[in-house]
Ligand binder design. Structure first.
Ligand code: BTN
Length: 313
């Protein structure tokens, strides 16, 4: 009832939902716990500061080309779940088609390196795309790199300054120096066997995390018009299915060089944190194994396949 973003009086909400006004006030408090901003104005009622257009299966399918839509075995949309990656990992995969799980809210959203991914209800994109297959090991190994590339390529088509889109190794997507999307790929099973690849993506569309030290942005700030979450999701799913097909068909080297044109860290002074040790140097791109290359002060180049990388001021 509040989704349109206009004021609705407490009495109208109470009468329609057949509860007391005190209950309405408690429920609105619950919406605020989901991260939504609600204006409460005496004499006018309640209003969401940002209207919500819900994730909708028909709208997603309508925005997918036929050849892509028919590769999706299943689309599940949750109002709330713990984590779409967790759901995708515990899903039932009786065939080898792609499965898509989307949620308006995650109570335990997983980020990389054990961090949490927090996003207000109905504001952003939180989804996992998963497929069980005999994945070539080299595709699995580079999965998170090509996912970051796919998301960045779609953002380039969406925003007003495409040259502002970058990828911070391995797969954080940035616009104008600020993080706009994160990727968490998880794998179940062994790379030499049939394995389940889960690609989890979180995109700041209308909302961005705030707080000290967080350097983030949202698509809304960079697009000419109002973002349509269903259309953005469809475009990313389409690009991912195509890019994984290309990778399986042997185009990994080409994709790696496409990635290089988005390299946010290239030639920047960086610090790599590996456990307790901090290593400083200049980022020099990625090698064939998708490892980050860093030139040390003595001129030697070291390759890293993990660790938290930050740009030094
Ligand atoms: C990162 O730390 O940058 C990766 C964040 C990945 C978040 C997404 S949101 C949808 C999917 N489900 C999760 O629990 N995590 C990923």
């Amino acid at each position: 009832m509040l989704g349109h973003g206009e004021f609705v009086s407490g009495q109208v909400l109470a009468d329609t939902l057949k509860v007391s006004r005190a209950t309405i006030s408690t429920w609105v408090g619950k919406l605020e716990n989901y991260g939504l901003q609600v204006n409460r104005v005496h004499g006018r009622g309640y209003r969401l500061t940002q209207p919500i257009r819900f994730i909708d299966k028909k709208a997603i399918i309508g925005a997918l080309p036929d050849g892509i839509g028919n590769q999706l075995g299943r689309i599940d949309i949750f109002a709330e779940t713990d984590s779409t990656n967790k759901q995708a990992l515990s899903g039932n995969y009786d065939d080898l088609s792609w499965q898509l799980m989307i949620s308006e809210y995650q109570s335990v959203g997983r980020g990389r390196r054990g961090k949490q991914w927090v996003s207000p209800f109905g504001s952003n994109l939180l989804f996992s795309l998963a497929k069980k297959a005999h994945w070539p090991p080299e595709v699995l190994y580079k999965a998170s790199i090509i996912v970051g590339l796919a998301v960045a390529q779609v953002f380039q088509q969406l925003i007003s300054c495409p040259e502002d889109v970058k990828v911070k190794w391995p797969n954080d997507v940035y616009i104008n120096g600020r993080k706009v999307a994160g990727v968490l790929c998880e794998l179940q099973g062994s790379p030499v066997d049939e394995s389940l690849l889960v690609i989890g993506i979180g995109i700041n569309v209308f909302n961005q995390p705030q707080g000290e030290g967080i350097v983030a942005t949202r698509l809304l700030q960079h697009m000419g018009g109002e973002p349509d979450r269903n259309v953005i999701l469809a475009k990313i799913v389409e690009r991912l299915l195509i890019i994984f097909e290309q990778a399986q068909a042997g185009a990994l080297n080409e994709l790696m060089s496409d990635w290089a044109s988005f390299d946010f860290l290239l030639n920047k002074p960086v610090t790599v944190s590996l456990g307790a040790s901090l290593i400083e140097g200049i980022a020099r791109g990625m090698n064939e194994q998708a490892e980050l290359l860093v030139e040390m002060p003595d001129g030697q180049v070291r390759a890293f396949n993990g660790g938290e990388v930050s740009v030094r001021a």
